[in-house]
Design a protein. Structure first.
Lengths: 526, 526
């Protein structure tokens, strides 16, 4: 909470909290934050962890401080190292890749995507908006801990369009197999649900729920909710779109609504509009301008002397007073001894690195299960904007590709990067990942042209990722619940990473885990 | 469709259309566009008007062309003049203000807001995102004609957050008078509606609608739609937010849902989530980066020799062969004679300018009714982002201010511009407009602090607009239906402006009207 003193204005509340932090300790700060409504539900432990870290780290003042190794320069490791350096702790980050960010990998012209059995070089044209976030690609507005760092590190953000009523929903078994606009599905679903409930109310089926007086109010709500007519019937609404040749110079005429049974009998269709209702997916979603890795690079810029790239960890052992990290670069082997280590290497990789963690920790790491998400992206003229009036958002299809993402940046430009498929995991993702890069392109084009007939004539430079095959990641995110053991120090060993949290796969989870490690480190060292 | 030849890539379809335009005329182009799905419902006439204008304008080739005066440098006038100049027609734009854009007025540091009885100077700090769109502030993704010009004129666009589930809904008569998050209201509304309908289904109240087999599918849809439990009951969902101290390092626990009767018996509450379902308000919405007037200035940059600012029209008369425009600047009077005039002056002002329009036209202008919208904006540290996790969007309140808008640009910066009220018209807007600028500030602070307790400590530099009191506008937008008479030439007189369309108050309406005027002008002149 105290990192922005060089900025123009400090809001009065923050000043107050800084004063409290100086005199009352973290508990007083926490209670004040709760009283002022400053704590986000779900982030309460992160806030107290951050306060505890800052308070205890300050106790070291200018005296000697324990040395810390951080294994991995993903978001968790970067956050830990950044805070340690800011507090004056000697810190060394060991990162096997040649870049920061880990799974937060943004591909642009010339980027290399390495898998265990293939290597792809990104052939996109250059341009600020010509990127593909191969890993995390969205930030929820209540991911406050991550967003605080974006603000602190001056990472410009823009809205990420997660919910676009002009995007398509496509199902082989509904709407005659033709893609329809999300607005059509949502309008028809709300309309039919409202009409059916109004009918039940008027038939007396819910007289035990509402009085006659209340019923009139409920009917008024349903009329608005579903865009019903005066007889509480759904006969179409301009919410679902306009009929051809209406609107503009002529009065608006609602498009013919979708068939009731297409929207009311298929839970797969109903899932799509519900997806963006979920807590972590609902508006407002955001992204850094120019690519998700801007966050990782902003951290790394503060750690230029501290991060060793291209160094792979080959052993993590106790020394009695601290830890010994063994490792190798392409040309040499070496070891580093520090007082503590914060291990952010994902369990999918960590389980194969020799270590003398406690048996419970080893078991927790061994048992962590992983999702195997896949993605593919293409460069293309923005036909979806100019010909189909789709600006950002996601089309869904029940075919092998599941999703098509339209870019949320660079609206109106000629060229853009289209995500041609995003599979969260499961069998389709396994199949996709098992294909060669060129076969993945063919699969994405074949499935995608059922949604957009312009596909083959426009898409090029396909590049894909199967996270289970990416060295040093070997998976997308943990699917098993986090082990509480990893939240506590195991002697000189501490752990961090989104897999320690219930925000698995989210960068906010990585930051929350980092703040936990810092707090526990401070407790252990003081 | 032919304006982008200097751009990098021309999609194949466009090339095809250009070829068709060369050999088959606009009807062939139109039919081809329909067949290819390139026409937006609602814009079909705009597309044919644009094609007709381009085809007929080309017939003049390098020969003499009729001269045209354009009255008003708002979006309609700018669009007409831009196309005329591009086709080589002599054009003169007369604009009484010292800037282009008309109602598309963006206020920044030093901007002057003139009303009939007051003048305000904007005291905001400087910065790209430190602006207030006093007029239009959002663009729908299907406003394709306006967006085509944004692309053609290289106006960068970004997503405008119209729907934010973290913004507040505040009603004196619901939720104990406390502001609640939109996500809470929406989750409770979907949950209760789904539960009630499931109960009706299970009670047999809708057996005439669905077979027993279908009923199971409908129930599955409702379970997903409302986030119901396995017994089809709504007991809360994380869609509505998390309970305090859950999430992150701990499992997610749903927040206690809002009371059923607060969301099911009040159509005013139900209206808010429905607002962003409407065709012109649903995602994706957009805005130019840096302020809405970037569009007007991009047009005006192409018309530097053609626009005469500070010149007020005092008469519009026929000459027998064309028109005579009488006018005055601050220092002199003058007249201009041209073959045609395109009048974009709003009826609220035009009705008082001497003219010899046909009686039917005069009556249509006289009878046009106007909304009197008001807005106010403040500079403030972004407490809504850092303390309340609100990034963009709109909070609604049943108090005198109706809406609070959070900026969609500059996320994470220290300072931002908050719209403290937007009233579309009616009694509240009349009352607001009748207040002095300082009294409006006090009203906005008093009402707004019921939603945000931080208001008074943070907000400054309040600046407001009552469009009915702005010279040369005298109103926000037409509320009466457009007269078809204004779409046709009245001898040498043609008309344009959003008031000619069913997109009243939208810049897309202005552009559509401009394309109509151009088409009719081309018909008359060839």
């Amino acid at each position: 909470m105290t990192q922005k003193k060089n900025k123009q204005t400090t809001p009065p509340r923050r000043q107050f909290l800084e004063q409290l932090g100086g005199i009352g300790g973290s508990a007083a700060v926490y209670q004040a934050m709760v009283a002022m409504g400053l704590l986000v539900p779900g982030d309460s432990k992160a806030a107290t962890n951050k306060a505890n870290w800052q308070e205890k780290a300050a106790l070291f003042a200018s005296g000697p401080k324990p040395s810390v190794a951080v294994l991995g320069a993903g978001i968790a490791g970067l956050c830990v190292a950044y805070e340690l350096k800011k507090a004056g702790f000697p810190v060394t980050v060991i990162e096997p890749r040649d870049r920061p960010g880990g799974r937060s990998h943004t591909l642009r012209a010339g980027s290399v995507l390495q898998e265990t059995d293939s290597q792809q070089v990104c052939g996109f044209a250059s341009g600020e908006d010509m990127y593909f976030n191969a890993g995390p690609a969205r930030i929820s507005q209540h991911h406050a801990n991550l967003l605080n760092y974006c603000s602190e590190l001056n990472v410009p953000l823009q809205a990420f369009v997660n919910d676009n009523r002009g995007a398509y929903i496509h199902s082989a078994s509904a709407f005659g197999g033709k893609p329809v606009r999300a607005r059509e599905v949502i309008a028809a679903m709300r309309g039919n649900i409202s009409q059916l409930l109004a009918k039940s109310l008027n038939a007396g089926a819910l007289d035990d729920e509402f009085t006659a007086g209340e019923r009139a109010f409920v009917l008024a709500v349903l009329k608005d909710h579903g865009a019903l007519n005066d007889f509480f019937q759904f006969t179409g609404t301009t919410r679902g779109g306009l009929a051809a040749r209406s609107g503009g110079l002529s009065p608006d005429v609602p498009a013919t609504p979708l068939e009731r049974n297409d929207v009311m009998l298929d839970a797969n269709i109903a899932f799509v509009p519900s997806f963006v209702e979920s807590y972590n997916q609902a508006a407002t979603m955001m992204q850094p301008v120019g690519g998700m890795d801007r966050i990782a690079y902003a951290f790394a810029e503060q750690l230029q002397a501290e991060i060793f790239y291209g160094a792979e960890v080959s052993g993590i052992f106790r020394t009695g007073t601290g830890v010994r990290i063994e490792g190798r670069t392409a040309t040499e082997q070496g070891a580093l001894e520090t007082d503590y280590v914060v291990v952010t290497i994902p369990p999918s990789v960590l389980r194969d690195i020799p270590n003398d963690f406690s048996p419970g920790i080893q078991t927790a790491i061994e048992q962590t299960q992983y999702a195997n998400p896949t993605k593919i992206a293409f460069q293309s003229p923005r036909f979806w904007e100019k010909e189909e009036q789709i600006y950002g958002g996601i089309s869904w299809t029940d075919s092998d590709i599941l999703q098509i993402w339209y870019p949320s940046g660079g609206f109106g430009q000629d060229q853009g990067i289209l995500v041609g498929s995003y599979l969260f995991g499961g069998g389709n993702a396994t199949n996709f990942g098992n294909l060669s890069p060129s076969a993945r392109i063919e699969l994405a084009l074949t499935a995608g042209e059922k949604v957009h007939s312009q596909y083959r004539a426009n898409l090029s430079q396909g590049i894909s990722v199967a996270w289970s095959k990416v060295p040093y990641s070997l998976g997308g995110w943990a699917t098993s619940n986090p082990s509480p053991l990893l939240l506590e120090p195991d002697g000189p060993f501490l752990f961090a990473g989104d897999h320690l949290t219930y925000l698995r796969g989210w960068q906010e989870g990585a930051v929350i885990s980092a703040l936990n490690a810092l707090s526990k480190l401070a407790d252990a060292a003081t």
